[in-house]
Write a protein that binds this ligand. Sequence first.
Ligand code: NAD
Length: 456
Amino acid sequence: MKISIIGAGYVGLVTGACFSKLGFPVTCVDLNQETVKRINEGEAPFYEPGLAELLAGQVKAGLFSATVDLRQAAQYSGVTFVCVGTPMAGDRQIDLSFIIKAIDELSEALKDKKDYHLVVMKSTVVPGTTEKMAERLWEMTGKGAGQVGFCMNPEFLREGSALADFLSPDRIVIGQSDAKAGDYLASLYETMPAQVLRTNLRTAELIKYASNTFFAMLISYSNEMARLAECIGDIDVIEVLSGLILDRRISPAAGGSILSPGLAAYLKAGCGYGGSCFPKDTNALRELSTKGYDYNPLLLDAVIAINERQIYHTVSLLYKEMDPRGKEIAVLGVAFKPDTEDIRESPAIKMIDRLLAGGAKVRICDPRALGPARKHWGERPGVSYCEDPGEALKGAHGAILVTSWPQFTCLEPEDFLKNMATPLLIDGRGVYDREKFSRAMNFRVIGYRPGSKNPA
Ligand code: NAD
């Protein structure tokens, strides 16, 4: 079966490249001519480990191509995955304009198609959206579910490990307009050894939000514990959370050893979550609850507020140690996490803006994300860009670790001491050895404050 994909971003390109690796001929459609050109030359338009190599091979083998012509791509395929962006509109809601445009163009393309066609929503959309899009397309084409079926197939890949996540999924969720549509989509995944969950469209949509908001909640929960540990003093949140994770209900014992759950990676304190999904999805679900259904989502409110507070708290740890005016501050990491160049909603963005507003000069250092950072801040006065941490730290008065790239986490106290004008380090990810760094230099970390104070 031939597959067409609308949107050649992280989700669309990974989905397309992986389906073509499984043997399906794939055409990816994107509005961006430069993106299309680069893909057809066998190049990945952004950094994702393993993607460039996979794409080059699949393009060469004639199994993968890109185009700006949605009509042709849709007409010559049996299934179209919608993978366009659903960014935040303003502060909270998601912007559905890319989805609507894609559905309208698809309707035009499918109007005179004779054979059955399946449309699969892979973009993250709030419950009810896929149903609305199906109705819109059916009305525009004059067809019904018997001729154009709809599925909602949320994507759970994580940037940095996207190929492995796609090719070895833990579950495949298929929300379906009807059984024929679901069967059609299930057949594409039949070689993947994963649990398949078949639901209606809106349940599949909410599963995606339930998943992302759950992990965001674990991070905010950890940060709440971190702040409490800092307030009380002489408590290290790392020890607190390790003690929690060892609970058998979280880490079961099997064959004499303790299984460490994947969620342990989210039970970590730090400078807050970011990325193109967690902030957008928590906000969109809160907005849907309050504006759409007049339901006050107290937990989501807290998750979002704690994250926002944590980002600024990290900067305030630095401010407690120095007056930032005119000082050079190295920000180690601008990508929202390691192994990606994606800076969308990275905590670093708010931190850097706050530092600049406080009169500091900021040296942004990142092994992969300087391109997107340059696009964001450009030649703004007070901002400079460094490839190498040594260069960023040279003569700096303070440093904040934001992204735990191995190039940063391997640094030793001497690397800061020998380079910095005043060796002050704020560890926003809790990665450095507290004792070693505290002994060697001025060191502050999220979730630990030496000394103790009992409340009055
Ligand atoms: P992205 O911004 O990287 O890519 C979207 C692409 O769609 C862009 O290349 C854009 O040019 C293209 N596009 C927009 N409108 C188009 C149209 N009408 N025709 C053709 N191309 C069009 O977005 P992304 O990160 O891949 O995310 C896509 C969706 O998947 C979002 O809803 C997101 O929430 C969800 N998602 C993202 C991730 C992730 O890690 N990035 C993971 C799971 C789900």
